[in-house]
Design a binder for this molecule. Sequence first.
Ligand code: X2X
Length: 368
Amino acid sequence: MREKRHFAARGRFQKYQREVDCPAIAGRKAMKKVLCGILALALLFGVAGIEAASAAALKNEYKLTMNVSTDTAWGKGGVKFAELVKEYTGGKVNVKVYPNAQLVGGDQMRQAEMVSSGAIDFMLNSTINIAPIIPECNAFSLPFMFPSYEAVDAVTGSAGGEMVLKALEKHNMVGLGWGENGFRELTNNVRPVAHPDDLKGLKIRVVTPIYVDIMRALGANAIAMNWGEVFTALQQGVIDGQENPIVGIIIPNKIYEVQKYLTNWHYSYDALILAVNKQIWAGFDPEIQEQIKKAAKDAMRWQIYDVSRVGLKDGIEFLKSKGMVITDPTPEQLAAFRERTKAVYDKWVQNVGPDVVKAFEEAVASYK
Ligand code: X2X
């Protein structure tokens, strides 16, 4: 009886056990299933999450600043770069070009600063505009540094060019390539300028302090002004002249409509640098970096050799047809300009950095 009860009890116990155990077992199994499910989902969303994170790391739009219009030789280079980036990255990276200094309220000098801080992603900018924060860039502006375009190419492909690009890195930017605004030629509305004495008293618009010094050394009144204001200032006679490249700027901006005389003196060369903010650059994976580098190389090569340097001869003829009087200074006249600006050259060597100037001079000498 007892045994029966015992067994009965045992049976109940076992039944109880089964009843207690079963849900537990079932629960563990269910738990396992749930855990497996969660794990699977976690893996699924994890992977998707990583993909989403890397996709999210690519912004919908990368801003590229320029302070000129997209019609200029320079501006066309920026547009080409954006097109090639889109093509080479299969549409993953979208660079949008903002011309005419619109991201910096017309203040062309702020572009480099804003790329350095990350407020703007890319710039295709003149070395002149970058020089106030990176003095090495002024090496290009030293008066009569370059005798020819070939000498320019020798420099940008040399240790000197490399030193300038390296200097960008100290300011949180990565240089992706060289473009070209070109040799800066003088225009004015008062008289032909063939000798320094001809510049005396003319109000000439310039961009930065090194050019103020050069114009003053030549006897002109230098007036610093943003590019966006120059056409109107010329039109209204606030200034008598300005200096900029023929194909790059003078023709596309119709400067011939408001200027009569042009001096083809190649007194200063204006290089462009295509650069990107360092953190933005680091955010691209290596494959995208390679694609962007290739876009930069191809776009800038096209900009220099297929846009900026073609049409120079035709450009002069075009300006003549528009009524401009072109002065080609003789070697003696050029020597006079060089002589008058020598002290400015020497003064600015310290600002640029003597080692950079030396590297530039060596590259130029190797090519002369
Ligand atoms: O301001 C100029 O003259 C220009 C357009 O050439 C530069 O941005 C340096």
